[in-house]
Design a protein around this ligand. Structure first.
Ligand SMILES: Nc1ncnc2c1ncn2[C@@H]1O[C@H](COP(=O)(O)OP(=O)(O)OP(=O)(O)O)[C@@H](O)[C@H]1O
Length: 502
């Protein structure tokens, strides 16, 4: 996220708005700072859209004023600035309202030419780099009907951006889109925020608010009830009205509902960590995680789509709601717990350091020694914090692109040891002829808990998933899967943990 400074870009002072006798906004005071992304949440009819239209000068107000960069844009005597000035406040609606008979390029450059009086060439010079940035360069000669809903909405965003606005206002920009298209529009908003654009966004996408918003404001019945950091307003609201709304939205927005509606579940897996998930010789994906994913899909009575992820992008996919669940030998760690939710743990393991037996000395001897691990895993961090707790100087962790490569590095003596979850390390030892040569360092064992990762605030989906995991256990399926993949009996077969507790 870009840096926010305390310069007020939008200032709303004591705004009251009525339609006839009905007051729809009451004494609104609000500032939006430079580079800030302010998300407006609230029930239907609470006045969110009206507030955006007031900022933009599309609606008049009965009292107060709206300033943008200290210039009055709206006040009780009517809209205070010219149409050209008003175009400096970009607005994107739920319906993208593109001209159907015009190409993408014409749609985007029309206002630049008409309102800003730019030549066609100048307008194109502004528009094309923005179209390129949002990945639409190849579609500039397409007509709206030839584009997906997500692409049309991105064109609408570019059309506003081409006016080089000081702020951008979005009114539920994703609510008319299918689930799979929502993220491409949200990604465009995320990019805009990284570029430092000041934005006010009305949305029901709580995970987007958690990820991108600088602050979240909750409106109810025309009043600004609460404003603060996304985590505080969404997870720990202080006001009763906010609490009621959040509970309702969490239930309504459950992923479980989408999964059932779609008839399929998207489960993220990582395919380079045998025996959890890897490619069989024929190329088929197999492993503990794969079997677990099938068991879950069967219980939900939906088809299973396995989505191939990497260790290093697993969290991003969960955060961006690109997968419904992630079963990718994901360790439940404290830092991840701040961003996503975890199911009950389906496997307890231990992070260890595998070495040539002859090299094993005291734990203190590991200080500064090169140890390989697989990139994007929590292994290095977790072992480092175990060392820190014991006041020991830590080894020097070196990231390799997979567990197989990290193991090879140790085997070829490029590094002193290979660190991983024991269950994965064991797989590599058992496939070696000289397995007797290797041993885990006897003094290093940091407990790890494999859990399924899901996006936050969806208690309905999480509860269902936990119940399914316990059912998989209770019906004996878990034992079968366990015994298929952990033949070496290297792990005890445990009932999934009801609670995460370290
Ligand atoms: N042009 C209008 N004339 C009369 N009443 C209006 C007009 N526009 C909005 N309202 C009323 O003002 C109130 C606030 O509407 P607004 O569209 O701002 O709410 P909202 O929070 O954006 O709702 P939603 O989430 O459903 O879009 C509602 O009661 C609505 O019926």
């Amino acid at each position: 996220m870009s840096a926010v400074d305390k310069r007020e870009i939008i200032k709303i002072k004591n705004v009251n708005k009525s339609y006839g006798d009905v007051q729809v906004l009451k004494n609104i005071d609000l500032e939006v700072y430079n580079g800030e992304v302010l998300v407006l949440l609230g029930p239907s009819g609470s006045g969110k859209s009206t507030l955006l239209k007031i900022i933009n000068g599309l609606e008049n107000i009965q009292t107060g004023e709206v300033l943008i960069n200290e210039e009055v844009y709206n006040c009780k005597n009517g809209v205070a600035v010219s149409g050209k000035k008003r175009a400096e406040v970009g607005m994107v609606f739920q319906q993208y309202n593109l001209y159907p008979h015009m190409t993408v390029l014409d749609n985007v450059t029309l206002a630049v030419r008409k309102v800003k009086k730019k030549t066609k060439e100048d307008a194109m010079a502004i528009a094309i780099p923005i179209l390129r940035k949002v990945g639409l360069e190849e579609k500039i000669h397409f007509y709206p009907s030839q584009l997906s809903g997500g692409e049309q909405q991105r064109v609408a965003i570019v059309r506003s951006l081409a006016m080089q606005p000081k702020v951008m206002l979005f009114d539920e920009p994703t609510s008319a889109l299918d689930v799979e298209l929502i993220n491409e529009v949200l990604d465009t908003l995320i990019q805009l925020s990284k570029d430092g654009m000041t934005m006010v966004v009305v949305t029901h996408e709580l995970s987007f608010a958690r990820r991108v918003a600088t602050r979240v404001a909750f409106l109810d019945k025309g009043e600004l009830i609460e404003i603060g950091k996304p985590h505080d307003i969404i997870m720990h609201p202080k006001m009763e009205r906010t609490k009621l709304f959040m509970n309702k939205i969490h239930n309504e927005r459950s992923r479980l509902y989408d999964i059932k509606k779609r008839g399929s579940i998207n489960i993220g897996i990582v395919d380079n960590a045998p025996p959890m998930c890897f490619h069989e010789k024929g190329g088929e994906l197999i492993g503990f995680d794969v079997d677990l994913a099938h068991s879950i899909a069967r219980r939900l009575n939906v088809t299973l789509n396995l989505i191939l992820l990497k260790n290093e992008n697993r969290m991003d996919y969960i955060l961006a709601n690109k997968v419904d669940a992630c079963i990718a030998k994901l360790n439940h760690t404290k830092s991840r717990d701040k961003m996503i939710d975890f199911s009950v743990s389906y496997l307890q393991d231990c992070k260890k350091i595998l070495m040539y037996k002859d090299n094993i000395k005291s734990i203190r001897d590991l200080a500064g020694k090169d140890i390989a691990y697989s990139i994007g895993t929590s292994t290095a961090n977790e072992i480092e914090s175990c060392f820190k707790k014991c006041n020991l100087e830590k080894p020097n962790f070196i990231a390799y692109s997979s567990d197989a490569q990290a193991f090879e590095a140790m085997k070829n003596k490029l590094v002193e040891g290979y660190a991983s979850d024991e269950i994965i390390g064991n797989y590599f030892i058992t496939t070696e002829i000289d397995k007797e040569e290797f041993q885990y360092h006897p003094e290093v064992c940091c407990y790890s808990y494999f859990s399924i990762g899901v996006s936050e605030n969806d208690s309905q989906w999480l509860n269902e998933l936990n119940n399914i995991l316990l059912d998989i256990y209770d019906t004996g399926d878990y034992e079968k899967i366990f015994n298929t993949w952990f033949k070496t009996k290297d792990k005890k077969f445990l009932r999934p943990f009801e609670k995460w507790d370290v």
